[in-house]
Design a binder for this molecule. Structure first.
Ligand code: NCD
Length: 344
């Protein structure tokens, strides 16, 4: 099954997605106009490229053998408020804040007053009263992060809200693609699996179509969100068809914790029809890369032989890019607060 619409027209501003010199961007706060990072939806292609270019600098520093430290956020307090379980995203934000010299505090919902019945607004007011300089939030409900952002005085970064958005994941994915493929435009990208429950898919669809790629969704009908054509993506229910000539294959985890009904007969059946096997991957371009945001269900949505193949799989590189992208976001969003010239 195939349902196809042309990708949106490219922005006139967007000529190349390779690294631009800083002088190409408007100066100061005009280069990135937002107070928060709540999603990809409000961003322009320029703003996405601006973050990716800034992240490149941090990739360099993080790879250097020397001390990985820059003190530009010294004296600032960053609160990571995670109302939902996370390993890599929480660690990644914590490392990013610390490498920039900030004081980073983690709040886990399991140990917080949320369990005692406190409302989200009261939690937000409490965090605000502690005079955080940036708050990073993950929450199981779509829209919860926006609600908190409306109540606090500092920048808020969305680390994943329900099925809505996970903007730093889409940015790190775009950076990974750009580094592996030399560009992140004009590519055919297949996003495969549990798209219905995935904020990663949503943010990636927004970012990758905006940057001028052809995005396809490949999923069982029960896990395909309605009205995908409005997001300018083609939908496929057959893996072999959906992967044909793809440059990038992005696999998603089966989000069992978000399923409140029977979407699938069994994990075994899912693997038989939608698992990424070497034979299926052969349908994509010979140099196609394989991505996964983690955590992976090996043997369900992806075979270990592919996940562990350094030529094809970008999984560990995505984790690495995550730290750099989050450093870039924390730096950019706190510039106003730090009085960086031009960012008032
Ligand atoms: C993703 C998430 O939490 O949305 N993971 C992540 O950020 N590392 C994807 C997932 O949970 O499957």
């Amino acid at each position: 099954m195939r349902n196809r619409l042309p990708p949106p027209k490219r922005s006139a501003l967007m000529t190349s997605s390779s690294i631009r010199p800083a002088s190409d961007y408007p100066p100061g706060g005009d280069a990135f106009r937002h107070r928060h990072l709540l999603g990809i939806a409000p961003l322009t292609p320029w703003e996405i490229s601006y973050i990716l270019d800034a992240a490149e600098e941090w990739v360099e520093m993080n790879r250097s053998g020397a001390a990985k430290h820059d003190d530009r956020l010294a004296g600032l307090t960053i609160i990571n408020a995670f109302f939902e379980n996370s390993t890599r995203t929480l660690l990644s934000f914590e490392i990013a804040g610390k490498r920039l010299g900030a004081d980073v505090v983690n709040m886990h919902a399991a140990q917080s007053s949320v369990k005692k019945g406190e409302t989200l607004i009261d939690t937000a007011m409490t965090l605000n009263a502690m005079r955080a300089d940036a708050i990073v939030i993950r929450h199981a409900s779509s829209g919860a992060v926006q609600l908190i952002a409306d109540k606090v005085d500092c920048p808020v970064l969305n680390a994943g809200d329900g099925r809505h958005e996970h903007p730093t994941q889409a940015l790190l994915d775009a950076l990974t693609i750009r580094r592996r493929k030399g560009r992140v435009e004009g590519l055919t990208i297949a996003i495969c699996g549990d798209v219905l429950h995935s904020r990663v898919a949503r943010s990636n669809i927004l970012a990758l179509t905006l940057l001028g790629n052809e995005v396809r969704v490949v999923a069982p009908p029960t896990l395909t969100p309605p009205a995908m054509e409005r997001m300018h993506v083609a939908t496929f229910t057959d893996m072999d068809e959906g992967l044909k000539d793809a440059d990038v294959v992005m696999m998603l985890r089966l989000q069992n914790e978000r399923m409140d009904g029977a979407y699938l007969p069994s994990a075994r059946e899912y693997h038989a029809l939608y698992g990424l096997t070497p034979a299926r991957l052969d349908k994509a371009k010979p140099d196609a890369i394989v991505m996964h945001p983690g955590p992976m269900n090996r043997g369900v949505e992806i075979d270990s032989s592919i996940a562990d193949d350094p030529e094809r799989s970008t999984i560990t590189e995505q984790v690495e890019m995550g730290v750099a992208v989050r450093m870039a976001c924390l730096d950019i969003l706190t510039r106003r607060k730090r009085g960086v010239p031009g960012w008032n």
